[in-house]
Design a protein around this ligand. Structure first.
Ligand code: TNX
Length: 524
């Protein structure tokens, strides 16, 4: 029985509750609260239940990533469901109540990240062309289960999902967020927890802002004072910190296992006081400035006319590129107010060559469009549309991070404790209600690689404070990147987001209880 209409599905649900179990069991897949919203959902009006007999099956010969995904799903479901799901790879066939993860080939519509979920009353199958698609598919499975599945302690269940088919794939291939770990340092454990949260919403890029005036956060073996000195400060005078190369590589691997690419950023030629303070010879006058712990911008610059500066950039980019499998290296390039424009242009042109020589493509904040962009360069639109348009006219692609909509460090409203408001107050609806492809008339769909929501860290120093700015805007940014604009609508989205309140609560996420969302919360 195929039921597409919600009314028919509701009638079917009423008819079926008598014979399939308690009235609280979901039987209409169309009434899901999946974020980001999937491309197509076809409800068939029955229900599938995970039981203590259920396991997760992977066909023999499938790539290792599929076993990793199977274990990831088991590790997620077992603590809360207590069902002891095991990953079976020995060729046994799945039976009633089992989950099957499989790779298919040549489903062109699904692309590299799409998936298909087929749920019958007997089994649940996630299939995709690539492991990334299967991984996104299991996130959808988690969201279809009751919210208690997100707990790390035993819950009662039942673990029932309504039946039907979901076919789903993203609008944009780049769905990212940025973390500023320079203004305040956030350690590897914080970043890993964040990566797991990103995976829930099918985000696939984490851009890490690794250097700024207030701190240098990644070990560079050929320039050790960058971290020995430049890593020991942060905004407000705290102790700062940095990632050793081993820790950085571990983060890269942790992210890659979750199909998230790390893009490292070394911001230059401005935003470089921490480096300048660590090495006097990088300064035009040979004198190292004091470490900086305030929140002003635009006062520092590398000496763009010194050959030593380019040796420095080459060493830094070389070491980081060698640890980073992703195709991009972010060169910053924003707010270089202390660099003459002609020097800035020469610098960005040369740095593009250096980054290219290490096998990476360049991303930079929109100001880099003043230079001559190399093929493959991406301009990250944050402030000036004119810059991004200049990039497009050079054939570059644009990454959309318009500060009035996509800046996670902007306050929600005038009462917000954390955050800034120089670009805007960004309530949860403002963060959701924009279309990357129509925001700037001159920048059209084919010019855009995707969407990124940056989180600058001047006003936040703990994980919980960061969470408060990230949630609940993050699910909205994920949907802006994943779901076609014509399928998105705030009034409908907010009811789905409302039900994610219970999930965020049970995961102990410190989220902003926006008055615009009809939250379903426990005990509040
Ligand atoms: C502007 S956005 C900056 C950052 C600040 C941010 C604060 C951008 C490319 N530059 O240096 O942290 O504003 O909102």
């Amino acid at each position: 029985m195929k039921i597409q209409s919600p009314i028919l599905a509701a009638i079917a649900a009423l008819m079926l509750t008598g014979c399939t179990g308690s009235a609280s069991e979901p039987t209409d897949l169309a009434k899901n609260s999946i974020i980001p919203k999937p491309v197509s959902v076809t409800a068939t009006g029955k229900s599938f239940t995970l039981t203590s007999k259920s396991d997760i099956f992977i066909m023999p010969g499938a790539p290792a990533e599929l076993s990793f995904i199977g274990n990831y799903l088991a590790d997620k479901l077992n603590p809360s469901t207590g069902l002891g799901l095991q990953v079976i790879t020995d060729g046994r066939k799945p039976g009633k109540g089992d989950i099957l993860l499989s790779l298919t080939e040549g489903d062109a519509e699904l692309g590299d990240e799409g998936y298909e979920l087929v749920i019958t009353d007997k089994s649940l199958t996630v299939s995709a062309n690539k492991p990334a698609g299967v991984f996104h598919g299991i996130q959808t499975v988690s969201q279809l289960l009751p919210h208690e599945v997100e707990a790390d302690t035993l819950q009662t269940g039942p673990w029932t999902i309504s039946t039907g088919t979901i076919r789903d794939y993203p609008a944009y291939g780049y769905r990212g967020v940025m973390r500023d770990v320079a203004r305040h340092f956030f350690g590897p454990e914080d970043i890993k927890r964040y990566i797991d949260q990103l995976a829930l919403y099918k985000i696939n890029v984490l851009h890490m802002h690794l250097s700024d005036d207030q701190g240098w956060r990644i070990e560079i073996k050929s320039w050790p004072n960058l971290t020995a000195h430049g890593g020991k400060t942060e905004v407000g005078g705290g102790e700062g910190g940095f990632y050793t190369q081993e820790e950085y590589s571990d983060i890269v691997k942790y992210a890659a296992d979750r199909f998230i690419t790390i893009i490292p950023e070394i911001d230059m030629p401005g935003h470089t006081n921490a480096a300048l303070s660590s090495y006097p010879e990088l300064n035009r006058d040979g004198k190292a400035p004091e470490p900086y712990t305030g929140i002003n911008v635009g006062f520092s610059t590398l000496d763009t006319r010194s050959e030593l500066t380019y040796k420095f950039v080459n060493d830094v980019a070389g070491e980081i590129a060698a640890l980073t499998p992703g195709e991009y290296f972010h060169i910053g390039g924003d707010e270089s107010h202390s660099t003459r424009i002609d020097d800035y242009i020469c610098f960005v042109n040369r740095v593009q060559e250096i980054v290219g020589s290490h096998g990476k493509k360049v991303i930079g904040w929109d100001e880099i469009a003043h230079s001559t962009l190399k093929p493959g360069a991406v301009v990250q639109y944050w402030a000036r549309a004119a810059n991004a348009i200049m990039g497009v006219s050079q054939g570059a692609k644009v990454l959309m991070s318009p500060c009035q909509y996509a800046y996670s460090d902007m306050q929600y409203d005038t009462a917000s404790i954390f955050g800034l408001h120089w670009a805007a107050y960004i309530e949860v609806d403002d963060a959701y209600n924009w279309d990357p492809a129509t925001l700037v008339p001159e920048i059209t769909r084919e010019n855009i690689v995707g969407v990124e929501a940056p989180l600058w860290a001047e006003t936040i120093s703990t994980y919980k404070e960061a969470e408060y700015l990230i949630f609940p805007r993050l699910p909205g940014y994920a949907e802006v990147g994943w779901t076609q604009a014509w399928m998105r609508n705030w009034d409908e989205y907010k009811t789905r987001l409302a039900s994610h309140g219970l999930r965020m609560q049970i995961m102990d996420i410190n989220f902003y209880r926006s008055p615009l969302v009809p939250w379903e919360l426990e005990g509040e």
